[in-house]
Every structure is written in structure tokens, then in C-alpha cells.
Design a protein around this ligand. Structure first.
Ligand code: ADP
Ligand code: MG
Length: 682
């Protein structure tokens, strides 16, 4: 079979050296690239009855030229050609701008087909396309491609048409026949013809379905092969933990584990024991009890003779975790150390020494934990909380320090399954999808700004019961300064409002960390009843007596973030409330507020968030890590994604896959993608 990847585009009629350079800029080098350059939409060229078409809609009509076309020049080099056209019984006008050359080609009684935008009031079509002849000669759907530089869409259409005519039958199908048959997918030759020049909507759909599956399958194969190779190559030590001791530890916990927690513990313990490196994501909604799962894992590793580390994104969180772990490990002889950037001088030196000689069993800290000066004596397990805030960079550093520990990532941001299996597809995933018994869902209400007075009196009622409240200030993405100013304004307002009755505190990212800590401590100790804050409290903070949360300008937050914020309340036994203060301007905003009042389930919210915001926005701009698909859409095509993933997982375990000719193209693709090395994946 001809290797179309090696045939230069210049073999196509009309593509000279200059055009080739422009095409190269669009990523088109070979005939193969050209044929796989797919349209992102189509112009519908099917004829419609004028009576059915709305003002400003696109339309295609066939008509008879009624009188000599008139050409008018105006401005500098501009002209307008007007044709009176008889379409059925209607006499309408068809107007072309700056296409004076058409005049000589048209005469009364000619039948032509034109399409463009319909001005219902003026009975005029402003035309973009013309075909000299009846409608049968018109392609029903004209493909539209993204273009750059001097390359025009019509020219690209011609190139692609030419390439398909000449080389279409030599395209090799990367999908084995058995797979195509199974899902009734069109063979590649048909699929390419259909996707570029569909004759019917059915062909369009057929082609799309095939390319969506192909794209997902290739992507998932890459992930799964990568995962398999890495797993098999990075052999570590099996951690031979002490089962009896571990069970004994679990039995001393003040509660019994939920089934979901037990399942997660089992997954993790199996990973520890296996000779492969653990690379697992633990997802669980806020309050689902991830900390204790982490503690059990650390304890297991400890009984096998290893040290553990728990990395978190903020100092406040590091301290809280160190404290909760100390409580959980109170009846054991395990030693915990805390290392953040505010641990300095002698205290720091001491911790580092005790860590290196193995006196400290578990080190809790921020990224300070992986700096050069930090050396473990025998690091076996690293757990990171809120992993999506941790850079790939930090993980690399750990590895380069010569530590190759088992790694567990925990996140309270429920990641929709579609994204989880795309972005974290090469990881193992455990999900805690069950809340500890007796948790009361937070009651959530949506109020307009004009209702602030009533909201404040509701808040006061709670405060009078001895409860505490969070007030979260609006998020203004462009500027942290503005966020801070907002928080200060709201703080002044509330400090004034509650003056003499309750203490109000202020917290934001610009405070020095010693002050932040002081404020948090005061809030924890109930010396402050109302805490006004920017979103810095979002992660992990735990003050069970806080039962009231007011979120200003809630429409500025995404659903996942609102849910994270809301997770700060509802941590004790009392009923908690969350008030969303918002005047959303559009339907999506209103929809978001409504969904928040309807469900407390983080996974449901994350799925809705994904639908409303789209995959690109889900993780925020900085760290999306999302692959780009040409045809497929992760959200709308998720069923196909699931199927392709299951197939990928199955294929790579089959002998046929690694041996049979049918799979040769797929193997070749994997070889070129770099997944086989198990080291790096782009
Ligand atoms: P998160 O998953 O948000 O990190 P935490 O680990 O902080 O949640 O747990 C939230 C609270 O639930 C803690 O106070 C913890 O002690 C408690 N908890 C965890 N697991 C259980 C359980 N199985 N039964 C009852 N309470 C639990
Ligand atoms: Mg937590």
C-alpha cells in the first residue's frame, strides 16, 4: 500500500511551492494530512422554499435570470451586481459584491443556483455562492475548514477533492475490519469521502461516528499502553505491611469505615503490596472522609518499615492535617513531623535530621517537603491532597531525588468521569461516593442582592445559637487586588453591622501567613464568629461549629468551586445553611444557582458544570492538560469514549493485538506516539 504520509502535497494540481508553505503552516505536509484535514462545519446548500425561510437565515434557491444583470461601481474598486431572479412564482433580487466578472457570464433565462443570506424585507439574497445551472449540480453540503494565510476555503476544497479522487483508494484503514464490523463503522475510504463531501445527513453522521471512535480509540490505546508499560517497567518494592496490626489500628478509629472507604483502602493496600508503583487517584467529595483513608495507607506503609509523606497546597491545611493525623495516630507509636516554609532555623534543622535518620515516620507539609535539603531515610509512600493544584513539576522533583515511592493523589474536586478517564486515564482511580452516616445535607438558598438584610438577620439567628459563619467574597479573576478590596469592603460592612454583638475577622491571600494563621486559629477557637474571606478558605479547612455560609456574587463562581466552598459548612452535627447571593444576568448563571439549591452531590454538580462550561474551562485555564480532539467532543460523545476505552483496555491484553497483521497499523501508531517506552506521553 502506498504510504500517503510520504507523498508531498505539491503533487496535487494547483499546489505550488508557495501554497505548500502556507499549508505546512496549517499542519498539512503530506497527502495523508490533506485528506485528514477535516471540516468543522458545513454550509447547507439544500434548496428551501422561500416562504419557510426567516429573515437573516441562510438559503439556497434555484431560479431563472429575469432581466439583464445590473452592475454598479462605487467607492474605490467596489462594485455590486444585482440580478432579478424568478424563483417559483416569486421575483427576488440576488446581489453579489465585488464579483463584477459574473456579469458577462449571465444572461436572461439562464437557470442558476445561488445561496446566501435572505433579507426578507427587501426580498433580497446577499449571495456567497453561485452555480451556473440547476440545483442538482450543487453539492448539498459544502465543507468549511479552518484556514490560515492565503489559503481559501474553496481552494482547500479543491485540493482535498483532488487528493481524494487520486489517492482515496490507497488510504490504509487503521481500524481492523473486525472492529468496524462490530460497530458498523464505515471503512476509511468511505468515511473520508463522506466527511468531506457528504451527499446526505446520514453520510455525515456515519462519517463522524467513525472518526469519533477512531480518535478516542487511538487516544485511549496510547494511555493504556503507556500505563501498562510504565507499570511493568518501574518496578518498586512490594510493601509487606502487617495486616494484623493494620486491622488493629482500624478498629481503634472512633467510627467504622463506610463501604466506599473500605473499598478505597483495599485498592490502595493491594497497590502497596504489589511490586508495581502505585499511581492512584482517590476522588471523594468534601467531607467523604479521605483523610482517614490516607492515614490508614500511611500506617500500612509504616508497618512495612517505610516513611510516608503527605503534601498539601497550603500551610493552614498542612497544620490541620498534621493535627488530625496526630489524633488518629494517638494510640500508636508513630511519629509525625510538620514542615512548612514557616518552620525555620533550629526547629527546621531538627526535623530534617530526624527525618534523615528515620525518627520521623510521617512528614506532613507543603511543597517545602520536596526541596533539596529534605532527605528521607526510606520513603515508601507519598500522598498529595488536592492533587490538581500540584504541578507535574513537583512530582518530577521527587522522582529525581532518587525517591520512587508509591503515589496516591487525593482530590475533593469530583472530576466528571469523562474527564477523569481522559486526563487521568493513565492512572488508577478509586472513588469515595458515599458520605459517612448521619451527615445532614447543607440547605442551600439563592437570594438576590436586594434581600441582603433578610439574609443577615437569618445569619444572626444562627450566630445567636452559638454558631459561626463564613462570608465569601466575590471572585474577580483578573486581579487579586480587587478581590482583596472587595473582601475589605464587605468586612467593613459586616464588622459595622455586628458591632458589639459578634466578632468579625478578615482573611485574604495578601495577608502574611502568620496573620492568616492567627485569624484561622481565632476562628477555630470561636474568638471570631464571622469570617469574611476570599476564596483562600476553599481548600480543606475544618471548623465544624461553622454552620452558615454566605457567598457574595455567587454567579461568578463555577459550580465545582461553589460546591467546594459550601463544603466548609455541614461538617458538624447541626443543620447548616448556604446562601448564594446572586443576580445572574444570563440563563446559564440562573441555571447554576438553581442546580446548587437542588443537589449536594459533588459528582452530579461536576457533570453539570462540565455541560455548562465545556471541558476547556473545567480545570481553569492554567492546568487543563486536556487533549484536543479534531472531531470528537468529550462531553457529547462520552458514550463512544467509554466504549473506546473499554476496547483499548481489552485490546492490549490480547495476543492478536500484538501479533496479527490486522492490528499492525495500530501498533505502528503506538510505536510512533512514544507510549511504548512508558516514560513520557505528550
Ligand atoms: P475529606 O474527604 O473532605 O478530606 P475528612 O477526611 O476531613 O473529609 O472527613 C470529614 C469528617 O468526617 C471528619 O471529621 C472525619 O473524622 C469524619 N469521618 C470520616 N470517615 C468517617 C466515617 N466512616 N464515619 C463517620 N465519620 C467519618
Ligand atoms: Mg480533606
Amino acid at each position: 500500500m502506498t504510504d500517503l504520509q510520504n507523498i508531498d502535497v505539491t503533487v496535487v494540481k494547483g499546489i505550488g511551492k508557495e501554497t505548500a508553505v502556507q499549508l505546512a503552516d496549517m499542519g498539512i505536509h503530506s497527502i495523508q494530512d490533506l485528506m485528514y484535514y477535516l471540516p468543522y462545519r458545513y454550509d447547507d446548500m439544500r434548496v428551501r422554499d422561500l416562504a419557510d425561510v426567516q429573515h437573516d437565515e441562510r438559503i439556497t434557491v434555484e431560479g431563472k435570470v429575469h432581466s439583464e444583470p445590473s452592475l454598479v461601481f462605487y467607492g474605490r474598486k467596489k462594485n455590486r451586481l444585482t440580478i432579478h431572479l424568478l424563483v417559483d412564482k416569486y421575483l427576488i433580487k440576488a446581489v453579489f459584491f465585488n464579483r463584477s466578472y459574473l456579469k458577462g457570464k449571465l444572461a436572461p433565462n439562464d437557470v442558476i443556483t445561488v445561496s446566501g443570506k435572505w433579507d426578507k424585507h427587501r426580498q433580497t439574497i446577499t449571495c456567497s455562492h453561485i452555480v451556473f445551472g440547476p440545483h442538482q449540480q450543487v453539492t448539498p453540503f459544502l465543507p468549511v475548514y479552518p484556514v490560515k494565510g492565503n489559503v481559501t476555503v474553496p481552494a482547500l476544497r479543491r485540493y482535498i477533492e483532488h487528493a481524494l479522487k487520486k489517492y482515496g483508494c490507497s488510504v490504509g484503514d487503521i481500524l481492523p475490519k473486525a472492529v468496524r464490523d462490530r460497530y458498523k463503522l464505515a471503512p476509511i475510504q468511505d468515511a473520508l469521502a463522506f466527511i468531506h463531501f457528504p451527499k446526505t445527513e446520514e453520510e455525515m453522521k456515519q462519517a463522524r461516528r467513525r472518526f469519533v471512535y477512531e480518535e478516542f480509540l487511538l487516544f485511549q490505546l496510547k494511555l493504556q499502553v503507556f500505563r501498562k508499560m510504565r507499570r511493568e517497567r518501574t518496578r518498586g518494592v512490594g510493601q509487606d505491611y502487617h495486616l494484623k496490626q493494620l486491622k488493629q489500628f482500624i478498629s481503634t478509629l472512633p467510627f467504622s469505615l463506610t463501604n466506599a472507604q473500605k473499598k478505597a483502602v483495599n485498592d490502595i493496600c493491594a497497590d502497596l503490596k504489589s511490586p508495581y508503583k502505585m499511581n492512584r487517584l482517590l476522588q471523594g467529595d468534601v467531607g467523604s472522609g479521605k483523610t482517614v483513608v490516607a492515614a490508614i495507607a500511611l500506617y500500612a506503609s509504616y508497618t512495612a518499615g517505610f516513611q510516608g509523606a503527605l503534601m498539601v497546597p497550603t500551610e493552614i491545611l498542612a497544620e490541620q492535617h498534621a493535627e488530625s493525623l496526630s489524633k488518629l495516630f494517638a494510640n500508636t507509636d508513630l511519629t509525625i513531623g510538620l514542615l512548612t516554609s514557616s518552620v525555620k532555623g533550629k526547629a527546621r534543622q531538627e526535623i530534617l535530621e530526624r527525618l534523615q535518620n528515620g525518627e520521623i515516620d510521617i512528614l506532613v507539609g507543603t511543597h517545602a517537603l520536596i526541596q533539596d535539603e529534605v532527605h528521607f531515610s526510606n520513603l515508601g509512600l507519598v500522598i498529595t491532597d488536592e492533587q490538581h493544584r500540584f504541578g507535574v513539576e513537583q512530582r518530577r522533583v521527587l522522582k529525581e531525588k532518587g525517591e520512587n515511592p508509591d503515589v496516591l493523589f487525593m482530590t475533593a474536586t469530583p472530576i466528571p468521569r469523562t474527564l477523569a478517564i481522559t486526563v487521568f486515564g493513565e492512572m488508577d482511580v478509586s472513588v469515595i461516593d458515599e458520605m459517612p452516616a448521619g451527615r445532614k445535607p447543607v440547605e442551600t438558598f439563592w437570594a438576590k442582592h436586594e434581600m441582603l438584610d433578610r439574609v443577615l438577620s437569618l445569619m444572626e439567628k444562627e450566630l445567636n445559637k452559638g454558631r459561626q459563619a463564613y462570608v465569601i467574597c466575590p471572585l474577580i479573576e483578573e486581579s487579586e487586588n480587587l478581590d482583596v478590596q472587595n473582601a475589605i469592603d464587605v468586612y467593613n460592612l459586616l464588622a459595622n453591622h455586628f458591632h458589639g454583638r459578634f466578632h468579625t475577622g478578615l482573611m485574604h491571600g495578601r495577608l502574611p501567613s502568620s496573620e492568616k494563621e492567627e485569624v484561622m486559629k481565632a476562628f477555630s477557637a470561636n474568638k471570631i464568629q464571622v469570617l469574611v474571606s476570599t476564596t483562600v478558605v476553599e481548600v480543606g479547612v475544618n471548623v465544624p461549629n461553622a454552620t452558615f455560609m454566605l457567598i457574595y456574587d455567587a454567579e461568578r463562581f463555577g459550580l465545582s468551586q461553589l460546591h467546594q466552598l459550601r463544603g466548609r459548612v455541614g461538617r458538624g452535627s447541626g443543620q447548616s445553611y448556604c446562601i448564594l447571593l446572586a443576580d445572574p444576568k444570563n440563563e446559564t448563571g440562573k441555571e447554576r444557582m438553581k442546580i446548587m439549591t437542588e443537589t449536594n452531590d459533588g459528582f452530579v454538580l461536576s457533570e453539570r458544570d462540565l455541560e455548562l462550561r465545556g471541558p476547556g474551562d473545567f480545570f481553569g485555564k492554567k492546568q487543563s492538560g486536556l487533549p484536543e480532539f479534531r472531531v470528537a467532543d468529550m462531553v457529547h460523545d462520552y458514550r463512544i469514549l467509554e466504549i473506546a476505552r473499554a476496547d483499548a483496555i481489552r485490546f492490549i491484553e490480547l495476543d492478536e493485538f500484538w501479533q496479527d497483521d490486522e492490528y499492525a497499523s495500530l501498533r505502528c501508531y503506538l510505536e510512533e506516539s512514544g507510549a511504548m517506552s512508558g516514560e513520557k506521553l505528550d
